[in-house]
Design a binder for this molecule. Sequence first.
Ligand code: ATP
Ligand code: MG
Length: 645
Amino acid sequence: MADEVIAVSSDWAKRAYVDDAKYKAMYEASTTDPAKFWEEHGKRIDWIKPYSPSAVRDVDYNGDVRIRWFHDGVLNVSANCIDRHLSHRGDQTAIIWEGDDPSKSKKISYRELHGEVCRMANALKELGVRKGDRVTIYLPMIPEAAYAMLACTRIGAIHSVVFGGFSPDSLANRLVDCDSNVVITADEGLRAGKHVPLKANCDEALKKAPGVKKVLVVKHTGGKVGWEAGRDVWWHEIAAKVPADCAPEPMGAEDPLFILYTSGSTGKPKGVLHTTGGYIVFASMTHQYVFDYHDGDVYWCTADVGWVTGHSYILYGPLANGATTLMFEGVPNYPDSSRFWQVIDKHQVNIFYTAPTAIRALMREGEAPVKKASRASLRLLGSVGEPINPEAWLWYHRVVGDSRCPIVDTWWQTETGGILITPLPGATALKPGSATRPFFGVQPVMVDAEGNELQGACTGNLCLVNSWPGQMRTVYGDHQRFIDTYFRTYPGKYFTGDGARRDEDGYYWITGRVDDVINVSGHRIGTAEVESALVANTKVAEAAVVGFPHDIKGQGIYAYVTLKAGEHSSEELRKELVAWVRKEIGPIATPDVIQWAPGLPKTRSGKIMRRILRKIAENDFSNLGDTSTLADPTVVDDLVKHRGK
Ligand code: ATP
Ligand code: MG
């Protein structure tokens, strides 16, 4: 399909940190002698005590699995994100906050950020938090979320951010799993004008998490909240009492920085543990090179801080680089579906990073809402979270970017800490739908089901060898699960769980989770490919494809299809779509079943939960598994009711 190539413009090659030749030279250096490469690039961070050359890299993927980077170095992340910028950019805006309500926004300078973070750090100390303690953050997208995370890093507490859209049960599970005794929350959140009862959810969760002794509450909407004296503390009250200065705690490079639970697309969420030195080196380096960030740029990542993208690319990467980062409380379609583009004009955003699920949703609304805004400040676009269908890619490029902004389709995971496979805007010719080439120091390896390494152009399972500084170190409290999940399937390699195709140019095309590859009569078909074909039809808004047991073919293709607004399902349209896929991919990909789906089950981060769709396709409703991370569980009931229709 659409193997169109979009070359790097000469402007971009000139202005960017790296062009193609430099990419190749740096990549070569990073893989032939990784310790030397990272010894050099680790210096982008300020170290209280520098690491020694022999301590840069200590990795063993076998046996118990040991991953250490810069291990004798000492540093503090909040000092790197704030203090070191104060002398020359204290008055520069660190965070632009844009509220859910379009009339609300504010700018926080690096100097103001310093004061707020120090105060929050002192408040946490007052509440009894000590180095190594776990603090759970359950906040909306407000500046206090950034203060809270940075305050933890300042005093060496380990934060666990739980997305504000999660239910009391999901919050309770995460509190108990990492044994948190302090929670930071707000009275309420705001999403599309609706109030989200965070404090009430938290109160409910604490009934199942008795280990929590203190709750720090940010007053955001002023909504009514329940109160437990002795346990609950208002942030604004304690902030008025504590000093606005707090010395950063010297932390070992391998001291834990944060725990973050994966989004749970494939099962029970895992408490991914990241450590201090390697993570911040990798987050800051990838942010600079992938987004080609230069001083003065305004950068906007639309993720929530509850996801790893929010950690690495709203907060840590950008702030370590002294950037201006935009934090958005709202949603793409409130007050209307022009919101993103209006915010871009309002704050003169140069770099915009979002997810395919948002792009597809906005694509459904047509071009008019985009064209209402000028978007003239935009220079670069990014995508993350799922494979982006070529159709959506091309729309993003042509309509949002006016065919002038490169798109960086960045592949990575909570586990990887930062971006691993991605174009660099001044170096990489783009192919719509491909995450293209590995970042410095990243060595993808393709293997077949038996673990044999594949060479050249191939389709297989994506593994990584050789480690990179941002790699997770363990599953919190369960190192065995870490070994079993990532290093058992293909010994000596980190297994990503994703399938991919590598083309003749060495470009990677992520085909989805390996569980999502369907074996039809011995042919391996990536669900992403069939979905892309369906979405390329003008009547289709979204599609999810899974395999199901088939007497003759082994596995058959089952497609859930959401039509665009105004389109109606019919037997005729069903036939048309089947014929369409046959024409786009070939008869081997003919869908056996098309089910009309008014909505698809998605995680709170917007990813389609194919695990559940597989169960429905298999007619196995008894065991839908953990659905606690679903955004809207009622979608599932509808799909079950109309199965196979
Ligand atoms: P869980 O591990 O609990 O099932 P999850 O994998 O959805 O949840 P994340 O770590 O947030 O949690 O997501 C990483 C996954 O998202 C990748 O393994 C990949 O499947 C998908 N992904 C992310 N970015 C891209 C991209 N640019 N192209 C294709 N797939 C992507
Ligand atoms: Mg995963």
